[in-house]
Design a protein around this ligand. Structure first.
Ligand SMILES: NC(=O)c1ccc[n+]([C@@H]2O[C@H](COP(=O)([O-])OP(=O)(O)OC[C@H]3O[C@@H](n4cnc5c(N)ncnc54)[C@H](OP(=O)(O)O)[C@@H]3O)[C@@H](O)[C@H]2O)c1
Length: 344
């Protein structure tokens, strides 16, 4: 047995020396080493970009999707989409903790959501019970390992666990918006109709105040009415985020050419980097939370149009992000109910 490491390098099979997220294959044997927590998994919340890619590749055939997920996990020891490289998160019940595991509140039987990506979590699937195409949750029988450095949230007793899973999967986004959006800013949210889009909008609205603006982009007209009824956005633009010039012109029009101080990209599809960059004013900020973001396209694209902006990689973690996200949802009855109806 290799020396136990709090970051989980003792489970990396290939290539040796790197950490589990970047590894190609990790050891998912469901035994609990001294510095680990063994979880009996109930549900996987596959990352949206990954789920979308799998759904497209399998023509929305659930049986084919099950096969694809099983084969990825069997080969790699973790649910890391080989195309998007992204993961997701899980909920389950603590089965066992090792004597040196730091999370002393995790006793056997405690229900938890892991707040680390499935792309680095050793996962052993015995059976996929069902796949919910709508809320992107996969019910399984299986076990997972949480490393000593892994963050988690104990599921609050008063909240539905599927609701918590959906919200916490994207907890980094609204919590980062709390840090990034400033009073009187114009905030532009690309992918406004999704989980993180709505959560980010609510938090942005709290931060920018009455003189600031929150503008959302959706790609279907039929999404507008329901979104408007939530009162999260001052303006909603309907256009595909892949049509960069059209979106830029529409945003220019509604902002009198000023563009956005802060652009939040929360779509689950490719080729939206330049839309985000074009729509952000000089010296503004783009927060790329989307897992479909290409570093190369963003970096070379911004250079290519001579745009001096700050581009932030969407770290899924920021301090206290789980509490912030649940607090945001608890504070808005309408959004809370919409999340319950969509994801619980
Ligand atoms: N950085 C991190 O740590 C982290 C963690 C979790 C998730 N993520 C990523 O964050 C992103 C959002 O996740 P989520 O769970 O909020 O996803 P979601 O609920 O599926 O929302 C994504 C939204 O993007 C919209 N969209 C996709 N293509 C579009 C286009 N061309 N034009 C306009 N809108 C478009 C979708 O519209 P439709 O409703 O029309 O399909 C959907 O409303 C995903 O890329 C996910 O992988 C990142």
């Amino acid at each position: 047995m290799k020396k136990l490491c709090k970051y989980g390098t003792h489970r990396v099979i290939e290539p040796v020396g790197i950490l589990p997220q970047a590894a190609l294959i990790i050891d998912s044997t469901p035994v609990c080493y001294d510095n680990e927590c063994l979880i009996e998994v109930d549900t996987l919340n596959i990352d949206s970009a990954s789920f979308h890619q799998i759904k497209e590749a399998c023509n929305q055939d659930v049986e084919l999707m099950k096969e694809m997920i099983l084969s990825i996990v069997k080969k790699q020891g973790k649910m890391q989409n080989p195309v998007t490289k992204s993961g997701g998160m899980l909920i389950g019940t603590v089965k066992e903790t090792g004597k040196d595991f730091s999370g002393k509140d995790l006793k056997p039987g405690v229900k938890l959501a892991t707040l680390v990506s499935l792309s680095l979590t050793p996962l052993h699937i015995e059976e996929i019970i069902s796949i919910n195409i709508t809320n992107e949750q996969v019910k399984i029988k299986g076990q997972a390992i949480l490393f000593d450095s892994g963050i988690y949230a104990v599921i609050p007793n008063d909240l539905d666990e599927k609701f918590v899973l959906a919200a916490l999967d994207v907890a980094g986004a609204p919590a980062q918006v709390r840090k990034l959006a400033k009073l009187n800013d114009t905030v532009f949210i690309i992918g406004a109709n999704g989980k993180s889009g709505m959560l980010c909008a609510l938090e942005a609205k709290n931060q920018v105040g009455p003189k600031g603006r929150v503008i959302g982009l959706v790609r279907k007209q039929e999404q507008v009415e329901a979104l408007e009824s939530l009162h999260l956005f001052d303006t909603i633009i309907v256009e595909s985020a892949t049509n960069s010039i059209e979106v830029y012109e529409a945003l220019s029009k509604v902002t009198n050419g000023e563009l956005a101080d802060l652009t939040i990209n929360v779509v689950n599809t490719e080729n939206t980097e330049m839309t985000s960059i074009l729509c952000t004013k000089e010296l503004g900020i783009v927060y790329f939370f989307s897992m479909a973001t290409s570093f190369t396209k963003a970096a070379l694209g911004a250079e290519g149009i001579g745009k001096d902006i700050t581009m932030i990689i969407g770290n899924g973690y920021t301090k206290n992000h789980a509490n912030i996200t649940l607090e945001i949802l608890r504070g808005n009855k309408q959004l809370f109910e919409l999340f319950m109806s969509r994801y619980a």
